[in-house]
Design a protein. Structure first.
Length: 331
């Protein structure tokens, strides 16, 4: 297994970071794999995969670059600069574009675990990679970035509450189950591959959520900054468009019913805002009415307040779901 050695101070100073480029690269990986984790990703692929494939068909060198750079066990390092707090996409992608051509070729050889194909022995690889990432950003991420960012921020809030409630070990174990886990004795497993351990005590460590559910990686910059990019909680990424039973929508109103349906697992108001697209004030009013009706309860977890359905709320949703009619949760 691959693991990092880090001391308690390094873990205590670690933080969560939102990165537009990390989200864009995760979307590139999703396009490359073409394998959806849930219906929302399937619909997204149906919309964007034809354009992506047409782009690579028109740019065969870029297509070979993607296939080489997204190796089976190792991603070419120059494609994934380590995220920095508060950095906009333009500045992040500029770091990809500024990589020296010979270094990009070396990273590709590492990803391939072998020689570089003749078609990729050229100096414009960083420019091609940056241009492809810009296309993915402009065509597939930026139009819905405001909502995606709310989803990512909600995940950060949930992980922070988890750390306060159950400790950092529980957070590390849950980032990428089966791949990341706290091993004890200051050791953090980052993947199942047999790579040499790395001593990172004293370095900056960041955790970066992305919305695609089967994609994550690690990156580092010259031993000074380390990042774990992980898929955000599935309840956030995959259920925002959950259908609401028509009868429940008629009884409570579609927006309020949508909030109740989502609360089969505890969520904060920030998470509900991200999932529903409703304003924070609207979500708060819905929760107040649902609590007064005995359908929702709340509890504190550290500094966060979590809302969940009561037994009566479960009965109401289950009874309504047995009917055939359904309406979209955002009606």
């Amino acid at each position: 297994m691959g693991w990092w050695q880090l001391n308690a101070d390094t873990l205590a100073r670690s933080r969560f970071v939102i990165s537009p480029l990390a989200e864009t690269f995760a979307r590139l990986k999703l396009l490359h794999a073409g394998d959806a984790a849930h219906p929302g990703e399937r619909e997204w692929l149906r919309e964007h995969l034809p354009g992506y494939r047409a782009l690579l068909a028109a740019e065969p060198v870029t297509g070979r670059l993607v296939r080489a750079g997204l190796g089976r066990e190792w991603i070419a390092d120059f494609l994934t600069p380590t995220p920095r707090a508060g950095e906009e996409f333009a500045r992040e992608v500029a770091r990809v574009r500024s990589v020296a051509p010979e270094l990009a070729r070396a990273h590709l050889r590492t990803a391939l675990a072998g020689p570089l194909p003749a078609a990729l022995d050229r100096d414009d690889l960083p420019e091609r990679a940056a241009a492809l990432l810009e296309w993915v950003w402009e065509e597939t991420v930026r139009p819905c970035w405001a909502r995606q960012r709310r989803v990512l921020e909600a995940d950060v809030l949930a992980r922070t509450a988890q750390a306060g409630r159950a400790g950092w070990a529980s957070v590390l174990d849950s980032l990428r189950p089966g791949r990341t886990r706290w091993l004890g004795q200051n050791r953090f497993q980052i993947n199942p591959h047999e790579y040499p351990p790395r001593e990172i005590s004293g370095a900056e460590m960041v955790f970066v959520p992305v919305t695609p559910q089967r994609h994550g990686w690690v990156s580092w910059d010259d031993g000074e900054r380390y990042a774990v990019i992980y898929p955000c909680a599935g309840v956030l990424a995959g259920t925002g468009d959950r259908a609401v039973p028509a009868g429940l929508g008629a009884l409570l109103g579609p927006a309020r019913a949508g909030v109740l349906v989502l609360l089969d697992s505890p969520l904060t108001t920030t998470q509900l805002t991200a999932l529903t697209g409703q304003g924070l004030g609207s979500v708060g009013r819905h929760l107040k009415v649902l609590r007064e009706a005995g359908l929702v309860t709340r509890r504190r977890a550290g500094r966060a307040v979590l809302y969940g359905r009561t037994a009566a709320g479960d009965v109401l949703v289950d009874a309504a779901a047995s009917g055939a009619g359904r309406i979209p949760s955002r009606s």
